[in-house]
Design a protein around this ligand. Structure first.
Ligand SMILES: [Zn+2]
Ligand SMILES: [Zn+2]
Length: 286
């Protein structure tokens, strides 16, 4: 079984009820954070977990809303890990990730220096193990495999999605993307697809061109549902709602997806949790 928790379902626009984009995937005793938007560690604390328990941090792309709390994850893991010889935090993302992580460590250089000076048992800076990929197998450890494939969020490039496999269960986590063949292929026959969505029908009505611009590199609810249908996934899990789902309108969002995708649809508030069991998907498209 793979358990998916929507830690943050928000977007770049601050929302009092929704943290920034971040999803937790738990498989066996491994725990993966997919993106690290604003407030991620508060939401992680709400499910009883901490930065020092993460098996790896996975980044779909380097847009600010998806990496806003990268520094918090790295620094908090460092100061809250009390066992010596803890391995470096694996950070897996698209090319550019190493540069962003290096710059983040530099930005926190003063803090890192203060803490090393103050605590005898902190003898070096946070240890990270950054790996950049656009395609292929990126993790194979204790029965959990993770593959990545490119997505299409142009002009943001490269961007990637992750596919988890564990004990016959499978989950694909797509970041921001328009429909594309490589995501269809990665998601083919998966138990669940976690997909970011925007309501183009609402955004297109707004007066600011800069906000309307976002329609051209995101999937609408219907487009995400169509991707799920083409790939034949068992469960469609929607997140990263733009605009935030207004009170009482959750069923409208669900209905838009259900008009295209006739299987299980999950959406909701931060901390919404979905268990994905083996065999949840019975149909496989080629
Ligand atoms: Zn983005
Ligand atoms: Zn985004």
């Amino acid at each position: 079984m793979i358990e998916v928790t929507l830690l943050g379902t928000g977007s770049p626009i601050p929302d009092p009820e929704r943290a920034g984009p971040s999803t937790l995937a738990r498989a066996g005793d491994q725990m993966f954070l997919i993106d690290c938007g604003r407030g991620v560690l508060q939401r992680l604390a709400a499910v009883g977990a901490g930065a020092n328990q993460l098996s790896a941090l996975l980044l779909t792309h380097l847009h600010s809303d998806h990496i806003a709390d990268l520094g918090d994850v790295i620094i908090t893991r460092w100061v809250s890990t009390f066992t010596p010889d803890t391995p470096p935090l694996p950070i897996i993302g698209p090319p550019g990730t190493a540069e962003v992580v290096d710059a983040t460590l530099r930005a926190f250089g003063h803090d890192i220096g203060y803490r090393i000076a103050h605590h005898a048992d902190l003898t070096g800076p946070p240890q990270v193990d950054v790996r950049e990929y656009t395609d292929g197998m990126v993790w194979d450890h204790d029965g959990v495999q993770i593959r990545v494939a490119p997505t299409d969020h142009q002009p943001v490039t490269p961007t990637i999605a992750f596919r988890f496999e564990h004990g016959g269960a499978s989950v694909v986590a797509a970041g921001d993307t328009v429909p594309c063949p490589s995501l269809d292929a990665l998601a083919n026959g998966a138990g669940a697809l976690v997909h970011t969505v925007i309501r183009k029908d609402l955004i297109e009505l707004l007066p600011q061109q800069r906000i309307r611009d976002i329609c051209d590199y995101h999937s609408s609810v219907q487009e995400a549902a169509a991707t799920a249908a083409r790939a034949g996934v068992g469960i469609l899990i929607l997140t990263h709602y733009v605009p935030g789902i207004a009170a009482g309108t959750e069923d409208d969002w669900r209905a838009l997806a259900a008009s295209i995708f006739d299987r299980q649809i999950e959406l909701g508030d931060d901390l919404h949790r979905v268990q994905v069991h083996p065999g949840v998907c019975t149909r496989s498209h080629s």
